[in-house]
Design a protein around this ligand. Structure first.
Ligand SMILES: [Zn+2]
Length: 263
């Protein structure tokens, strides 16, 4: 397939899936169904007509207001749609029209939804982390057979990385709580690390170390920034930085592996 065409298609499907992610982000934490009822205004709950439900474009045309009640529709909605489209295009640039493109684009969407929920509610819902963990196992097995010459090595590396990354975070979490008597990371982060370890480790296990470093740097920078602005300590989500660190390392895995002589 033509590369430009692939990226245009990924952008378009990415927007549509981003629109669905908004539904997931709003409804999953409160236990509602993501399938029905159809989309409604977050303020007045009137159903949104298909012509007002075009990702990003409708929000711009309606100037961020509901057609029925005129109240503001948060910019988070079009931002999530645009962010998912960008992530899918980036996955397309990184993997091209190959087998790994499919699971990694889907992984990026799951991570986007989890990050937004964690930023808003300080939690990573089991209803997303468990299915993602469970689906990841057969998915790496299938991907290893479809896309590599040595499936056994890739499957082992991937599953071991998931266990190691989550095990390491679990030890850090328990240690932190014993020392500070405070809650830091949660079990949600440990479950997230299973998923991240599996997919980062599928490319190359050592990359898990780099994604932890990237996550720590991001978390530290944002954490110090938040503390300076708010001058108070509040619950602080760590999931988004774990997710972003892993995505960054997946996207730049080739230059990283080149630099350490492992490619
Ligand atoms: Zn409304």
């Amino acid at each position: 397939m033509n590369d430009a065409l692939l990226l245009v298609m990924l952008g378009a499907f990415g927007l549509a899936v981003g629109s669905f992610l908004n539904v997931v982000i709003v409804r999953v934490p409160s236990g509602e169904s993501v399938l029905r009822p159809p989309s409604k205004c977050p303020q007045c709950e009137s159903p949104i007509a298909p012509r007002d439900n075009i990702p990003v474009l409708s929000w711009i045309l309606l100037r961020g207001r509901c057609r029925s009640c005129g109240k503001e529709i948060p910019a988070g909605y079009p931002l999530v749609e645009a962010a998912n489209a960008v992530l899918w295009v980036v996955a397309g640039i990184r993997f091209g029209a190959t087998w790994p493109l499919v699971p990694y684009a889907l992984l990026f969407s799951v991570l986007l939804a989890l990050s937004v929920i964690d930023l808003e509610l300080y939690l990573l819902p089991n209803k997303i982390t468990y299915p993602a963990m469970i689906v990841s196992v057969p998915a790496v097995v299938a991907l290893s057979y479809a896309a590599t010459d040595n499936p056994g090595r890739h499957i082992t590396a991937s599953l071991a990385s998931g266990l190691l990354y989550s095990g390491f975070l679990a030890v850090m979490l328990i240690g932190f709580e014993l020392v500070t008597k405070k809650q830091g990371m949660g079990m949600g982060d440990v479950k997230l690390a299973v998923i991240l370890g599996i997919w980062v480790g599928w490319i190359e296990p050592v990359l898990v170390v780099y994604s932890l470093i990237a996550a720590s740097i991001l978390g530290l920078i944002v954490g110090v920034g938040v503390l300076l602005v708010r001058r108070e300590s509040r619950p602080y989500p760590f999931g988004p930085w774990l997710a972003m660190g892993a995505m960054a390392v997946i996207i730049w895995s080739e230059p990283i592996l080149d630099a350490i002589g492992l490619s």
